[in-house]
Design a protein around this ligand. Sequence first.
Ligand SMILES: Cc1cc2nc3c(=O)[nH]c(=O)nc-3n(C[C@H](O)[C@H](O)[C@H](O)COP(=O)(O)OP(=O)(O)OC[C@H]3O[C@@H](n4cnc5c(N)ncnc54)[C@H](O)[C@@H]3O)c2cc1C
Length: 390
Amino acid sequence: MTRVVIIGGGSVGSSIAYHLATHPRFAGSITVVERDPTYRIASSSLSCASIRQQFSTPVNIAMSQYGLRFLQNAADALEVDGDKPLLKLNLPGYLFLASEAGLEVMRENHRVQKEMGAEVVLLGPNELRARWPWLSVDGIAAGSWGTHVEGWFDGPAMFQAVRRKARKLGAIYIAQDAVGFSMSGTRVTGVHLADGSVLECDVVVNAAGPWAARVAAFAGIDLPVRARKRMVYVVACKTPMRDFPLVIDATGIFFRPEGIGYVCGRSPGEDEPDPDEPPLEVDDAMFMDYVWPAMANRVPAFEELKLLSSWAGYYEFNIFDHNGIIGPHPSVENMIFANGFSGHGIQHSPATGRGAAELITDGRFTTLDLSPLAFTRIVENRPLVELGIV
Ligand SMILES: Cc1cc2nc3c(=O)[nH]c(=O)nc-3n(C[C@H](O)[C@H](O)[C@H](O)COP(=O)(O)OP(=O)(O)OC[C@H]3O[C@@H](n4cnc5c(N)ncnc54)[C@H](O)[C@@H]3O)c2cc1C
């Protein structure tokens, strides 16, 4: 009987609980410690929940491919007592746009994506204009479009359905703050909770999202993951436009349809401030100064926009190389990390959950090899560079 305690019950922690509960060889108990069952500021609640295969690293592409299959099968797999979740999966694709300066990188990414079996096509300016007549191709050398395999879904509905199924299959969720560990040599033997109780464990999992560095520190480990604020704006546009994909402009801003309007945003540039865990207040200047001008430049109909609402959430940002970290740290043998996905964590939560469940049960990855995301790359200072961070 393996006693597994997972700290954090968002999309990643709940996916680990679900995949453990459905793993044919897992025998043991699954306890998820989640301090806020409302998930008010969890990343998984505030996510744009988009999914793509247009990454530059094979492991990220493969994780999204499993994520897509998981979403497509979710209604049946996550059914509880006859109730099937509705995840509103939409697959009109991502459209990455590149200027002349970005063309070489786009071509190289395309090569890797095709090798991985991703359904992506490169389009020149004339093809872009013909397919999406509302798009301005000024300054655009090419676009890369993921046909039928990319889009977006209802993120909160997805992780709540995973959580509900995990509970149905026996996982216990405890509404408590984890505040420390008991250690014996290189092993974590207990998780201390804010009410003074201790959960004894054989394996502990850090799935604490943007707050994962605090949990790592319980075991004396320095985890390079920080809570970085990202803002999303919801706008309406009176001009109807058809077949709208998720557009990543050459400037780095993104926009895509959502309900009757659009969501849009941008990550701060390298030279702009990006403090750790600032208050989740929305700064309209980001929209006025950067996002709207770039949108109007790319889609002239966006000259006339109405800002309806906005929100901010934390990316669990890996300051080392912007990629997920999955697996143990060399100095603590029974602590599994599942952190640092830096803006692509909800789409990768199914693959992360499955991989972590395999590590815990079988001691190795048995389906998709996630070892490129091992903690050792950080300890050995070997960054895994992903060029497609949005
Ligand atoms: C604005 C925004 C847009 C995004 N867009 C996308 C997107 O389009 N596609 C995509 O794939 N990803 C996107 N992401 C990223 C994605 O949402 C995250 O990577 C993912 O949700 C991380 O899930 P998580 O379970 O690790 O973290 P969370 O959902 O934050 O869950 C962590 C949980 O741990 C709990 N916790 C923390 N510490 C403790 C403790 N000590 N004790 C008990 N509980 C604790 C917290 O309460 C929290 O509920 C976006 C994120 C944001 C903010």
